[in-house]
Design a binder for this molecule. Structure first.
Ligand SMILES: [Zn+2]
Length: 343
């Protein structure tokens, strides 16, 4: 299996986040991708390619064009306004406020285009976002050209990013963009299977009313887990998309016995809707040692995830999402990928 990876991800470093009342270094850091890259090499998965340069055309369809423009300009606007530290929002147009008034100041735009304070901008952030997106589209193109699977070793992650909102370490929704690209390349229906611990709220929002992209999420119950405000079992899509969104929330402490049943249910749904291609939002923060998540999967469980996905028999694009136990993230990711390859 080919992997697609860009060194530009490393420019997105030194960002901060608000954790339990303190501004701390972000959990989403460059070592994550470096550990995965090293594990891919160790496992002999296949060649690691640089992404092909991409236009922002797909991003502008998946997201609102003004949001994509904001992402490109955010750091420059922040510096021009006299700031030098990481750019973080502090005010959001939530209930009771207007979200149709686009403000002018960068400090307000940061909140206008975010749903939380988890996606800071530093000098190298846009370069990393663009390269991560290019990794996802390049991997989709490899699969559309006939290969069984490809892996976008992409950073920053994307599944929390909505139509016009950053959040949860995410900016452009790489998995959604890969799904859109597979549609462009001829797949009549694509499924996104999100196995990250956290609900992929952005992917759900983006495809909520669409029948041509089905979205399946296995995740921590939003009653107790981030992102809290989306991901319940009664969210099934709307309009033409009704019935194409499947949420399978699970309680803290969920282990392989329960989680693998949800995977089985999710895979059956993907087969039933007649997907012709698959995008896997591959987060491994379901791991028992993850510092910010609460499932109990073991490193030995990950190959079985890949093997079950392989049994769908679909052209498959794997896109890296979360996973914060950096010492184990590489083996857990390559466990899924080699499990898929060997099946
Ligand atoms: Zn996650």
């Amino acid at each position: 299996m080919k992997s697609v990876h860009s060194p530009l991800h490393a420019g997105h470093a030194g960002q901060t986040e608000l954790v339990a009342g303190r501004i701390l270094p972000g959990f989403e850091r460059p070592e994550r991708a470096e550990f995965v890259r090293a594990a891919v090499e160790r496992a002999g998965l296949g060649p690691i390619l640089e992404p092909t340069p991409q236009t922002l055309d797909v991003a502008r369809r998946v997201h609102r064009p003004d949001y994509v423009d904001f992402l490109r300009q955010a750091w420059d606007l922040w510096v021009t306004a006299g700031n030098d530290g990481p750019a973080l929002p502090f005010v959001w147009p939530t209930r009771g406020l207007r979200d149709d008034l686009r403000p002018e100041k960068i400090s307000a735009l940061l909140g206008f285009y975010a749903f939380d304070g988890g996606s800071a901008f530093v000098a190298g952030t846009w370069g990393a976002i663009e390269s991560s997106y290019a990794c996802a589209l390049t991997a989709a193109d490899i699969v559309a050209a006939g290969e069984r699977a490809a892996f976008a070793l992409a950073r920053p992650p994307g599944h929390h990013a909505g139509r016009r909102t950053a959040g949860g370490y995410c900016y452009l929704n790489n998995a959604a963009c890969a799904a859109e690209r597979l549609r462009d390349r001829g797949a009549k229906r694509v499924a996104v299977l999100d196995v990250d611990f956290h609900h992929g709220n952005g992917t759900q929002e983006i495809f909520w009313t669409r029948a041509d992209v089905a979205v399946v999420n296995l995740h921590g119950d939003p009653a107790t887990e981030y992102p809290y405000f989306l991901g319940a079992a009664d969210e099934i899509g709307a309009g033409p998309g009704e019935g194409y969104n499947l949420n399978l929330p699970m309680p803290p402490g969920t282990d392989w016995a329960v989680w693998s049943e949800a995977l089985e249910r999710g895979c059956r749904h993907i087969a039933e809707v007649g997907a012709e291609a698959l995008v896997v939002s591959l987060g491994v923060d379901t791991y028992e040692g993850d510092p910010i998540s609460h499932f109990r999967l073991k490193t030995a469980d990950y190959p079985a995830i890949g093997a079950r996905i392989a049994r769908l028999g679909l052209p498959t694009v794997f896109v890296l999402e979360g996973g914060y136990a950096v010492a184990a993230i590489g083996d857990n990711v390559t466990g899924v990928l080699t499990g898929f390859e060997c099946a």
